[in-house]
Design a protein around this ligand. Structure first.
Ligand code: ADP
Length: 479
């Protein structure tokens, strides 16, 4: 089976958030799954070449140059390739300097829309140029959703008829700003009766309508996407096409996230040998100038600082429980208002709260390996990987029971089996939940049990890769 997998980011080349983890690990997991079944999967990944500087170390090989029709002069593309970890990667570089901001997602809506529109067209051009005909095209989120629409709508791209799959990681991001770009490239609006008018010219809704199968990144998110609160106007379509929509929870890369072998943390540990976690905590405290107290939990936040992540609730809860026994380390960047608020809180609570307002994967690992609780009161969370990584490292999640948080944090049979969930995303419920967790923390045996329950839970890709493989197989006979 031949699969073209495409996304805006994939580790180790580019990672901004969970999509980068996902696209960096699922193709490898799928390939391993097929091999274990004595089957062959030729899965190739195509990404935009967002910047030429940081990617230099990967020594990409130039393959060919081509141009894409549309606005004059802007559309010269170059194709590069690289085999990494057994996976064939393609990179499409768009040569216009004005489009090359270097960022995966630029701040300018029009330019970002232009980049991904051109990328989507270029992906199909590239397939023709290299003469490779995949059985399946697997797109992810709005950035690449247009590819699935183009495959179905453009006669020149349908000589081969790949099955199409679209995974939704974040519904509210639909590709706003693309309307203007589409008219430049002659991409016509669609007419889908269940859609509101505004959705007919946006890449995500266009991809959803055209694609053969839609996967939401957790079963609960798939259910949530049939409600207006989570589907932002597309619920009517999704409700009337239940056969197209399934939910598959993401996995994490167990070779990368393994506290027993992780060289990036100070002291390795396992569920039967948790003692080194305390040494990690002491090392972290030394680094940031905190005083260590044996029975005081360390709360951590490792997140984009955006309203989706419930950052307001975190700020409120930390302010209002400041008299309680805890310390907190915040790692994140994003909305300036939130960054400012954490700095202000740090000034008020200098011996209690430490904020690192940046994207720092190494520091993130230290926090997973030293933190006692990770705060994730997200308003919505399609899947969420941070809670899975945290549980794998013995850091217990305190989270809103929504989307993938609900699916991955087991609270049965006992209410806090592997973490603590609350049902309503408001300050009162979150603070109550946090206080409950802090109280339980003083019972060392119970806490140890909660940690080990999380650490033993299987968050690897194995089960989910099998589910994706089933979908690929169900789509192949269309050829
Ligand atoms: P999302 O994709 O919505 O940002 P996820 O929980 O799915 O959230 O994935 C977040 C990923 O990004 C995790 O791997 C997490 O460790 C990482 N991450 C988030 N913020 C930071 C940060 N400031 N520094 C380093 N890694 C981060």
């Amino acid at each position: 089976m031949k699969v073209l997998f495409t996304a805006a980011e994939a580790e180790p080349f580019y990672k901004v958030g969970g999509l980068g983890d996902y696209a960096g690990s699922l193709p490898v997991a799928l390939k391993n799954y097929f091999t274990a079944q004595n089957d062959m999967l030729d899965i190739r990944v195509v990404l935009p070449l967002h910047d030429t500087k940081t990617i230099k170390k990967f020594q990409l090989k130039a393959v060919l140059a081509f141009s894409v029709e549309g606005t004059e002069n802007k559309n010269k593309c170059r194709l590069f390739e690289k085999v990494y970890d057994g996976i064939h990667y393609y990179f499409i570089h768009q040569s216009s300097p004005e489009l090359e901001s270097g960022a995966v997602y630029g701040k300018d809506q029009y330019r970002t829309a232009y980049k991904f529109t051109l990328f989507s067209i270029a992906v199909l051009e590239m397939l023709q140029k290299i003469g490779w005909e995949p059985d399946i095209i697997h797109a992810n989120d709005w950035h690449t959703a247009l590819i699935n629409h183009l495959v179905k709508s453009r006669a020149d791209f349908t000589k081969f008829k790949p099955g199409t799959l679209l995974t939704i990681h974040n519904m509210p991001f639909m590709g706003y700003g693309s309307e203007a770009v589409f008219s430049e490239f002659g991409i016509k609006p669609i007419a889908v009766k269940e859609y509101p008018a505004w959705a007919q010219t946006l890449p995500l809704p266009m991809g959803i309508a055209a694609t053969d199968q839609i996967v939401a990144v957790s079963p609960t998110y798939a259910d949530e996407l049939t409600t207006s609160y989570f589907a932002y106007g597309l619920e009517k379509y999704l409700l009337s096409h239940p056969e197209k929509l399934t939910g598959i929870i993401n996995g994490i890369d167990y070779t990368k996230w393994d506290p027993t072998t992780d060289k990036e943390i100070d002291f390795q540990f396992s569920e039967t040998h948790l003692q080194p976690r305390i040494r990690n905590k002491k090392a972290l405290y030394k680094e940031i100038g905190f005083e260590f107290k044996p029975n005081e939990p360390l709360l951590v936040v490792i997140s984009r600082l955006e309203s989706q992540k419930g950052i307001d609730l975190i700020l409120d809860a930390l302010s209002e429980t400041a008299h309680h026994n805890w310390k907190a380390v915040i790692l994140g960047s994003g909305h300036h208002g939130y960054e400012y608020a954490f700095r202000a809180l740090e000034r008020i609570l200098p011996n209690k709260l430490h904020a690192v307002l940046e994207y720092n994967p190494l520091f993130a690992k230290k926090l997973y390996a030293a933190g006692d609780m990770i705060l994730m009161p997200s308003l919505y969370e399609p899947c969420g990987l941070s809670q899975m990584i945290a549980m794998r490292y013995g850091c217990v999640p305190i989270a809103h029971a929504v989307g993938g948080l609900k699916d991955s944090i087991t609270t049965k049979p006992e209410p806090e089996r592997a973490g603590f969930l609350f049902n309503t995303p408001n300050k009162k419920a979150f603070i109550q939940c946090l206080k409950r967790a802090i109280k339980k923390y003083s019972d060392k045996d119970l806490w140890h049990q909660i940690q080990t329950n999380g650490m033993k839970t299987d968050f690897s890709w194995s089960r989910s890769a099998a589910q994706y493989a089933n979908i690929y197989q169900s789509l192949t006979p269309r050829k």
